[in-house]
Ligand binder design. Structure first.
Ligand SMILES: [Ca+2]
Length: 387
């Protein structure tokens, strides 16, 4: 009997679920057996501008277990929550006449960028700016309203909102571009540890997880703290056939590129790579197609992707999900948590299989055994988990 690749994949998926204990008895085959964590990605980025206290508060109200500030440094060494050192796209800085002369070019991880950069501003100056929604297809009505928070303000908010809600709300900071910050003379790691120590967040049980796309700064952090650390794993794109596109600079951790280390992000996810990650980290935060890839369809073999939903363009909705890889299974075997990113509810950001229903995507990943999800829509992540 001929068994198609897709069927073999489905059988493999069933076998994987069985091996992980994914059954009616235990719908969450996580490493600990606990429910997967809902991590409010940049706050509640699907609703409010990224990395604002208002966005984090919304995420907590929606039931997020953790909120996620990305960290960059100001000129005077404060750690503020921004996704990029270049604050042009996420603040109103370009409209501020008083800062017009700060527009400049900097090289971030080997790529030259133009704009305004956090490290050219004091914290007091940053506090005069207001956040804007960087994605054009998301709600722009909150632009210009909210300040840029410091890490301390985020930690304080998690504590106060958590006690209001009667639960612990964790904070999941990311050290952004660690090598870049070292070269600026503003290394992030000791600043981060000093702040966390003020809150007595020094133990594995502390409600903090630190993440990084680089490796050496996590190894350094491991020598200094017992808080949980997560190795992020990126890629440039997903190829039409579902394989990962590892084009520079998204082919490897930037500290590997600087050191001439030939290992790629993908190599961190092999059984040997995962064993190595386990020596300095508690988990991995892979881009989600490393766990369950998707591919385009070309039924008539004309070399062009089929427009599955017939809307005249090719996007995520024209991809089909493939069988799960062994990454979750192998990471759990190595004792590592798996927290994939980023779950986004907009129909155009969901593969065809999910038919526009974000809960279907969460369920697929929860059944696979992920230990948490970075979500722009924490309410949807929680509903898919709890209902
Ligand atoms: Ca289409």
């Amino acid at each position: 009997m001929h068994i198609s690749g897709a069927k073999l994949g489905a059988l493999a998926l069933v076998a994987t679920l069985a091996a992980c204990g994914g059954s009616d008895d235990n719908p969450y085959p996580t490493l600990s057996g606990d429910k997967p964590l809902v991590i409010g990605h940049r706050g509640a980025a699907g609703y409010l501008p990224d990395h604002t206290l208002e966005g984090y508060k919304r995420a907590i109200e929606m039931g997020a277990d953790f909120i996620e500030p990305d960290l960059v440094a100001t000129k005077d060494g404060a750690l503020i929550a921004r996704h990029e050192p270049n604050i042009t796209g996420t603040t109103d800085v370009s409209t501020r006449a008083e800062f017009a002369s700060r527009k400049t070019k900097k090289v971030v991880d080997g790529v030259e960028e133009e704009g305004w950069f956090a490290s050219d501003f004091t914290l007091a100056e940053i506090k005069t700016l207001r956040a804007i929604q960087p994605l054009a297809d998301r709600d722009q009505s909150h632009n210009g309203k909210y300040q840029i928070p410091t890490l301390e303000e985020v930690l304080d908010l998690a504590k106060s909102e958590g006690s209001k809600a009667g639960r612990t709300v964790g904070v999941y900071p990311e050290t952004k571009h660690p090598t870049y910050h070292v070269r600026l003379g503003l290394p992030l790691e000791d600043r981060l540890l000093t702040i966390l120590a003020k809150y007595s967040y020094t133990a594995k049980s502390s409600p903090v997880i630190v993440q990084s796309f680089e490796v050496s700064n996590l190894k350094y952090l491991r020598t200094k703290t017992q808080i949980r650390l997560v190795q992020l794993v990126d890629a440039n794109d997903v190829n039409p056939d579902g394989s990962m596109d590892l084009t520079a600079p998204y082919d490897k951790p930037y500290d590997f590129a600087v050191a001439g280390d030939t290992r790629t992000f993908a190599s961190l996810l092999t059984p040997a790579g995962l064993k190595e990650v386990k020596t300095y980290a508690d988990g991995i935060g892979p881009w989600k197609p490393y766990l369950i890839p998707s591919k385009q369809v070309d039924a008539n073999k004309d070399g062009k992707a089929d427009d599955l939903n017939g809307d005249g363009k090719i996007d995520e909705r024209d991809r089909v999900m493939m069988p799960a890889t062994d990454v979750v299974k192998n990471a759990h075997a190595a004792g590592l948590l798996v927290h994939p990113y980023t779950f986004r509810s907009e129909a155009k950001r969901l593969a065809s299989d999910f038919k526009g229903d974000p809960k279907a995507e969460y369920k697929l990943f929860y059944q696979l055994g992920v230990d948490g999800v970075f979500s722009d829509f924490p309410d949807h992540a929680k509903a898919a988990r709890d209902n």
